[in-house]
Write a new protein. Structure first.
Length: 74
């Protein structure tokens, strides 16, 4: 009987250790946005803004023109 209970305690200890290890591994793998990733995202956004600059300006102008024309009716 001692060996069975001893094995149960060892099994429970292993399960407890696994539960403690998993969050530590999870924290290491999901560390958030690094500086390099943030810089790459900013570069992509700026490049898209430069590529579509004229279309964005036209879109914003038409939106504001529509707001001004429809606000006079209120």
């Amino acid at each position: 009987m001692k060996t069975a209970s001893g094995k149960m305690k060892q099994g429970q200890n292993i399960i407890k250790k696994e539960k403690r290890i998993k969050p530590a591994i999870f924290r290491r793998t999901v560390s958030g946005i690094t500086v390099i990733e943030l810089v790459l995202i900013l570069v992509i956004v700026i490049a898209l803004l430069l590529i579509f600059k004229n279309q964005l300006i036209d879109l914003i102008n038409t939106i504001f023109d529509k707001i001004v024309s429809e606000s006079s009716g209120i």
